[in-house]
Write a protein that binds this ligand. Structure first.
Ligand SMILES: *[C@@H]1O[C@H](CO)[C@@H](O)[C@H](O)[C@H]1NC(C)=O
Ligand SMILES: *[C@@H]1O[C@H](CO)[C@@H](O)[C@H](O)[C@H]1NC(C)=O
Ligand SMILES: *[C@@H]1O[C@H](CO)[C@@H](O)[C@H](O)[C@H]1NC(C)=O
Length: 325
């Protein structure tokens, strides 16, 4: 016997098959930006990617790189102009055959990779990032340069140059950590004039100068979530509270939490707006800098990067909804 379906049902069936996105929600692609001294092809990073795929099968993982040559990619974590580097990554992602077709991406930033991914979001965000998770990142800069391994001559060379004159244009356009170094007044804990004037990356991306870039705030507030992990026993990153976007007075040790800072209160970069919609999370994990356990990573992948949280449909931005017939 023939079932006669009402006309509306037939129309719904027809429109469903016309949808340009997969019918089954799948995980969004995941981009990972590694830290200082690491490279995109490193074993450790590959293991993180494998874990992401194991947790959320079908995830397309892309490790951000500044060169296909792993050794040059590592060099670029020490040397280069961060403005140019981020522009290059923006181009690579926007023209990538798979990433560029996704309605949104998830992002994972390790150490300096975390603030650089924030740079991607604020300056480009094409395709847009849905959730950004950072581990031990220097969102509010560093007050000291880190030490190097005993035989890491590349690192030692970079650090020697850094200490010469952080605020010269040469150093600011060639030495990566100098571009998120933030000097503060010992009495007030506030940034120095030199920093505000010469910082090539951080002062700009944090909208600390008089002239604010509204696009930065608009783009960052579009995130669903910014999740910042801090390593409880971090002694590499000074001050470690930079991982939570807090400001630490290096002399007195006094910490001003993000929510008590002007950058938040006046919403220079959209963090307050993001917080108001429940999109800002502060997390801590045991151990020193980048001592990551599989358990923490799996937890992050399940909570923030799983298709249950985000479907291809759900990932669309305002004005991009699929209009059902
Ligand atoms: C603000 O940032 C956007 C994105 O990078 C850029 O296109 C624009 O020129 C900037 N605006 C100002 C006033 O600097
Ligand atoms: C870094 O590169 C950008 C873009 O090419 C350039 O405008 C800027 O002047 C450079 N920064 C420094 C400190 O030279
Ligand atoms: C630090 O700030 C105080 C108070 O504004 C000021 O008097 C002092 O000159 C500043 N110190 C430096 C080194 O700029």
């Amino acid at each position: 016997m023939l079932h006669l379906l009402p006309l509306t049902t037939l129309l719904l069936l027809a429109s469903a098959s016309l949808s340009p996105y997969p019918q089954e929600p799948g995980p969004l692609p995941l981009i990972i930006w590694h830290g200082l001294g690491d490279n995109y092809a490193a074993d450790g990073l590959a293991e993180v990617g494998e874990l992401a795929i194991e947790t959320n099968p079908g995830t397309f993982v892309y490790n951000i790189r500044l060169s296909e040559d792993a050794s040059s990619d590592r060099t670029a974590t020490f040397f280069g102009n961060v403005t140019t580097q981020i522009a290059r990554v923006c181009e690579d992602i926007a023209s990538h055959p798979i990433l560029s077709t996704a309605p949104a991406l998830n992002a994972l930033g390790f150490s300096q990779g975390g603030q650089f991914l924030r740079g991607y979001i604020e300056r480009c965000n094409n395709p847009p990032i849905r959730n950004l998770v950072t581990f031990g990142s220097q969102h509010n800069g560093i007050a000291k340069y880190q030490g190097c391994g005993a035989t890491d001559w590349l690192c030692k060379g970079a650090m020697a140059l850094l200490r010469m004159n952080t605020w010269s244009d040469y150093i600011q356009s060639h030495l990566v950590p100098a571009q998120y170094y933030r000097s503060t007044n010992a009495t007030t804990g506030e940034p120095t004039e030199e920093y505000l004037e010469h910082s090539n990356f951080l002062a700009d991306i944090n909208n600390e100068r008089a002239l604010k870039n509204k696009t930065y705030a608009k783009n960052l507030a579009k995130l669903d979530k910014l999740v910042m992990y801090l390593f409880e026993d971090d002694t590499t990153v000074i001050p470690k509270e930079t991982g939570w976007f807090a400001q630490t007075n290096i002399e007195t040790g006094e910490v001003t939490e993000l929510r008590d800072r002007t950058i938040y209160k006046e919403d220079w970069i959209g963090l307050k707006e993001l917080d108001k919609k429940g999109g800002l999370e502060f997390k801590a994990t045991e151990g020193g800098h980048m001592q990551l356990s599989d358990k923490v990573l799996v937890d992050v992948f399940k909570t923030y990067f799983s298709p249950a949280e985000e479907s291809w449909h759900g990932a669309l931005n305002e004005g991009q909804e699929i209009v059902e017939l």
